[in-house]
Design a protein around this ligand. Structure first.
Ligand code: GLC
Length: 481
């Protein structure tokens, strides 16, 4: 039996702020239980839903020296969808109405988490051969495995993997505070180890000390070796390029299945999409107070409303877009300037724009199942999951060619009638607008071609099958080597 431990700061269905949670929630169940025992360690946040907190069972507790104090470490567990989840309990650190709050506090919280997870393993009696760490919050685990935890027999030979879901977030803090909290010696704070300029950097620690590094698409794996995408770690990424793999994310094909989806009005599959999907469009137009019109090009957006996702391009062209025969539905929260921008246009063009400034899984499913196209003009996108959901629901993605968007959406070619979506190369508002208008033209004037795009999109396979195999290969290689 091969023991693998995932460590993460979020995971569906327990706690989610972004795509990281979807990945950690869906990948562990994809491994054959006869060969792999995959378990997951998460913080027990007080802001988790009661139903999940109530399902947790006490396992053990102990005290650990951290930040000059002896601190409580509790471990609880539950099983979900056949996977065992451990929750680290400490009410001093994991209270509050959100998983992430103030920057310095988050650093201290996740340093505590990293040390506590490693300390808990012998107590719960689970010895992983590989610890798979996700994003900066878990970056000190590979470092500790080389440092304070290197001596003991239990930890010897444990391999670590660091997965980058987004290189922009690194978890850094001034060296003195970082050193004190982490308990790491001066040795670690040179520029070839944990230091970036004046700061200690948790993700960098993980990237220097992990036995293997992965990120969530092949293109992003190349991009982060360049200065623009590298977020000041491009040199390190180049130095470790032989230990770096790009493995594209999948989505849970049971949860996202238009033929079985309980949240949508009308179920359909690729055989019935052209007859039945229109019922969802009508239902959504009605629910959101948009003009009822079968042939109006309906564009969906489900996203965090932040700069990363390309909303400055949309803001710049929104007036022009609204002058056209289109409808736009947006769902999500984020930067106030984008929230207000969408509210403004929804007020000005109530028949055309629907601004849903909140998050709801149900509304997200309805949008995927109702729209004609899905817009995602990201500045950078390590993988992106929404375009995969859109493809699965026969909603044509319109994306910028970056990261995972480039790897998963094949641009329509009018001459040989191929492709699963539309894309543009440069981060330029008019280029985005022209691509959107080109898609609208194909939708309106070449409906057969359009339907071909929809159908090919639905035929793609972005379930976890292929990608989970690549993780398996990596685990096996680490364990064997
Ligand atoms: C981050 C990235 C996104 C990726 C997700 C899951 O949220 O921004 O592109 O899909 O992680 O890996």
């Amino acid at each position: 039996m091969k023991n693998i431990l995932f460590v993460s700061s979020e995971c569906v269905p327990f706690i989610k702020t972004g795509g990281l949670a979807d990945v950690v929630g869906s990948l562990p169940k994809c491994f054959d239980k006869k060969e792999y025992d995959v378990r997951v360690f998460l913080p027990k946040y007080s802001c988790m839903k009661e139903q999940y907190k109530n399902a947790l069972q006490y396992v053990c507790h102990f005290y650990m020296d951290f930040a000059g104090k002896s601190q409580y470490v509790g471990v609880l567990e539950t099983e979900y969808d056949g996977v065992k989840f451990y929750f680290l309990d400490n009410e001093y650190y994991f209270t509050g109405d959100r998983p992430y709050t103030e920057h310095h506090w988050d650093i201290e919280k996740f340093m505590y988490f990293d040390r506590a997870v490693l300390s808990a393993l012998p107590v719960i009696g689970f010895r992983p051969q590989v610890i798979h760490c996700h994003d900066w919050q878990t970056g000190l685990i590979p470092v500790y495995l080389h440092d304070s935890f290197a001596g003991g027999e239990f930890y010897q030979g444990i391999k670590s993997v660091m997965t980058i879901h987004n290189l922009k977030f690194q978890g850094n803090d001034g060296v003195p505070r970082f050193k004190w909290l982490s308990g790491l010696s001066d040795y670690y704070f040179s520029i070839d180890k944990l230091r970036t300029e004046q700061d200690g950097n948790m993700l960098k620690g993980g990237l220097v000390y992990a036995d293997a590094i992965t990120t969530v698409s092949q293109t992003y794996a190349y991009e982060i070796q360049t200065p623009f995408f590298g977020e000041r770690l491009d040199g390190l990424m180049r130095a470790r390029q032989h230990d770096l793999r790009g493995i594209v994310n999948g989505i849970d094909y049971n949860e996202f299945d238009p033929a079985k989806d309980m949240m949508i009005n009308q179920k359909y599959d690729k055989k019935t999409v052209f007859k039945k999907k229109i019922n969802n469009k009508r239902a959504l137009q009605t629910e959101l107070g948009l003009e009822l019109d079968d042939n109006r090009f309906l564009v969906g957006i489900v996203s965090r409303l932040t700069d990363q996702k390309g909303f400055d391009l949309i803001a710049y062209m929104m007036e022009n877009i609204c002058q056209q025969n289109v409808q736009v539905v947006v769902l999500g929260t984020g930067d106030y300037k984008y929230e207000d921008m969408f509210r403004y246009f929804a007020g000005k063009y109530p028949n055309k724009v629907s601004a849903n400034i909140y998050y709801s899984e149900e509304m997200a499913h309805k949008i995927y199942a109702s729209c004609d196209a899905f817009l995602m003009p990201s500045l950078f996108e390590p993988c992106g999951l929404s375009q995969l959901m859109a493809l699965r629901y026969g909603t044509v993605p319109i994306v910028r060619e970056t990261g995972g968007l480039k790897d998963t959406v094949y641009p329509y070619n009018i001459f040989d009638n191929t492709g699963t979506g539309f894309s543009f190369a440069n981060y330029n508002a008019h280029e985005m607008y022209n691509t959107l208008m080109y898609a609208k033209y194909i939708y309106e004037d070449k409906r057969e071609d359009w339907n071909g795009i929809v159908f090919r999109g639905m035929e793609q396979d972005f379930s976890w099958q292929t990608s989970a195999l690549k993780y398996k290969e990596m685990y096996d290689w680490l364990i064997g080597g």
